[in-house]
Design a protein around this ligand. Structure first.
Ligand code: HEC
Length: 137
């Protein structure tokens, strides 16, 4: 275990993204890119649940621009983070929604060491949750 050099570099990169002027911009661009790459196939480019894969899902793909509206006007940030991450098992097992925490972890694991990987995974999930918050209607 222990924090590897690459892990520290990852921390530094994330602090840099969070700390500098324009942090909000970096967050939303990161989230938007990630969303387009990983989520739009089901949830649709604009989030209305109408991506090309949606028709093949066994259950309806939710409109992710309506999360706040469905939750009495409050965006449930923490719940969304856990839901997208999926590793906490907050959502019932066996749902068709991929466990993004596991996928993101697998994507970077070999490069960053345990701690760096976890920080990178949380950064990606947080960027996505922040993006979802921004597209609520
Ligand atoms: C393979 C299709 C698919 C992909 C890709 C996908 N989702 Fe989903 N998503 C679903 C389905 C189906 C549900 C509803 C059932 C469930 O929660 O498993 C859902 C539910 C959700 C919910 C809960 C919405 C609500 O109102 O309860 C959120 C938030 C969400 N997805 C975000 C994302 C994000 C962010 C990504 C990309 C990292 C993503 N999804 C990628 C299929 C997908």
């Amino acid at each position: 275990m222990g924090i590897s050099r690459k892990g520290l570099n990852a921390c530094a990169a994330i602090f840099a993204i969070m700390g500098f002027a324009g942090a909000g911009w970096a967050q939303s661009v990161a989230g938007a890119e990630e969303y387009t790459r990983a989520c739009a196939s089901c949830h649709g480019l604009t989030g209305h649940g109408d991506g090309p894969l949606a028709e093949y899902m066994s259950i309806p793909v939710p409109d992710v621009t309506q999360i706040r509206a469905r939750n009495n006007g409050v965006f449930p940030m923490l719940e969304v983070i856990h839901l997208v991450d999926g590793r906490s098992g907050l959502r019932g097992h066996g749902g068709p929604m991929p466990i993004w925490g596991d996928r993101f972890e697998a994507a970077v694991a070999s490069e960053m060491g345990d701690v760096g990987t976890e920080i990178a995974v949380r950064g990606r999930v947080l960027a996505l949750a922040t993006y979802l918050e921004a597209i609520q209607q």
